[in-house]
Design a protein around this ligand. Sequence first.
Ligand SMILES: [Zn+2]
Length: 170
Amino acid sequence: MTAIENVLRLEIVTIEECRDRFRSYLVKHNLRMTGQRMAIFEAVFKESSHFTAEELLDKARSIDRTVSRATVYRTLPILVESSLVREVDIGTNLMYYMPNKEQDVHKAQVICNDCQKIFEIPAPFMEWYGSTVSSKLGLTPISQRLQVTASCEEWQATGVCSKSKNEPQS
Ligand SMILES: [Zn+2]
């Protein structure tokens, strides 16, 4: 496979594979596989869009009401380190998360400036661009990101987003 074919490969992993990966990650790092951790995992993989740690806490509690906030905040970094969850920093004081169902695909984020809805689009050429410019300098890329601020359809149509966290403008 050439580098570019490798970059374009879209590998969608099943929830069973992810669950196995999570279990082996816990075993490998001498972490206990508790019911709470599995409830957090299940809540994460039910999601199809971005969520905050607090939103995850609510969803995990609807599966297992003994899940504590501390466990959510300790488990999220484990899920991120094991590449099962992607952390998305949009430059606000809140961190967003998303299950990493498409492994090895670089994503760019387009974020509504009003309601902060995050759209994700595959951006394989970004990764290619990053490694090309780095290798010209004799460097190895570690991370890169592309974020575009935009106005969502609702904002364009009505001038305000119903989920807006900003104060309405007078
Ligand atoms: Zn919006």
